[in-house]
Design a binder for this molecule. Sequence first.
Ligand code: SF4
Ligand code: SF4
Length: 410
Amino acid sequence: MARQSGFPHPQITPQFDQCISQSRLGCQVGSKNLRITLILKIQGFYNRQVSFNSTQFVTQIREWARELGFSQIGVTGVDLSEAEAGLLDWLAKGFHGSMDYMAAHGLKRARPAELVPGTISVITASMNYLPLVTAEDWQAKELARLDKAEDAVISLYARGRDYHKVLRGRLSSLAQLMARHIGPLGYRVFTDSAPVMEAELAVRSGQGWRGKHTLVLNREAGSMFFLGEIYVNLDLPSSTAQSGHCGSCEACISICPTQAIVAPQRLDARRCISYLTIEHRGSIPAELRPQIGNRIYGCDDCQLVCPWNKYARRDALPDFDPREGLDDASLIALFGWSEEKFLQMTEGSAIRRIGHARWLRNIAVAMGNALRSLPRSDILAALEQRANHPDEVVREHVQWALAQASLHKP
Ligand code: SF4
Ligand code: SF4
């Protein structure tokens, strides 16, 4: 009956009500006084009793993951205690800027079993995102666009569909396949969406090593991949971690336009252009605006110069291919989008999350930077049209941009 009621693999245990079962008085099976409680054990997060070959199961997970478009699967345990001191120090120095959610969950970030009680293993999954249109020499091509002041440069990962949506859906499908295979499974999926030490888990589970730019990279795929995790209540064999291969290279540290990489594997997010153009609300510090150049959403510089990214791989799915010409747009064209057009053009894209005002703020900075090297009346005119924008932050950035024209150097 329990099975028909939808309980998977139920175990039914009759238990006599204590006051009766321990009484020697007047207690007979079938008597009206006898109360029986049915203990229904549902095999779930806290009560797994299925035996299975965990090594074979991980092999099977890898096969399913490949079919779902993931490039690599890793497994690790939940003991990240060695990473706690570094996390606390990073937060204490304020390197997380205004990303209060980084500090809000305290050490839960480093303690998966506290974040999701019952978690025994973490499955990490990577998915390549290098879009189709980037040619053999894509790194050189992308670097060259940074010198075209009138071009709007958007980080490679953000030109297609919102990766949160893509990864979350596919991680859920993977977890459901696992549950179908072994019975009910306690799990939770994450992709850049909760207090999870994503890079730390990825390194421990063999996805690669931590580059000096802080991103995870590996010898077969560089660093152009997304990461996601499935926390599970299964004891799975951990993958072997990879050794680091940065050697004496410091190309990412040297190229960083804002010197945000303050030491190998140490990022001051407050200076990082990705943080400033995506995460940061409000005014962008004026002293950092000139270094932002024409990057209007994110920054790839530290990855573009990384020698390992010559091995970066094309995404298996078409989802991350550029939409709406976002790989080749001009500042003027994107600055001209009304809010309605912005919402329409960024539907299903991660860019939509920053909203129209921050979009204009970022482009205004890039236009100001362009005006210092280009005598462009069309850029000036476009800025003047936004000079009375209802958003105070946009107005202030437009004023700053207009003032850059006076600094023009031919
Ligand atoms: S993303 Fe850009 S700003 Fe941030 S660390 Fe890398 S190079 Fe520096
Ligand atoms: S650019 Fe050099 S130092 Fe930086 S992550 Fe790549 S290999 Fe490591």
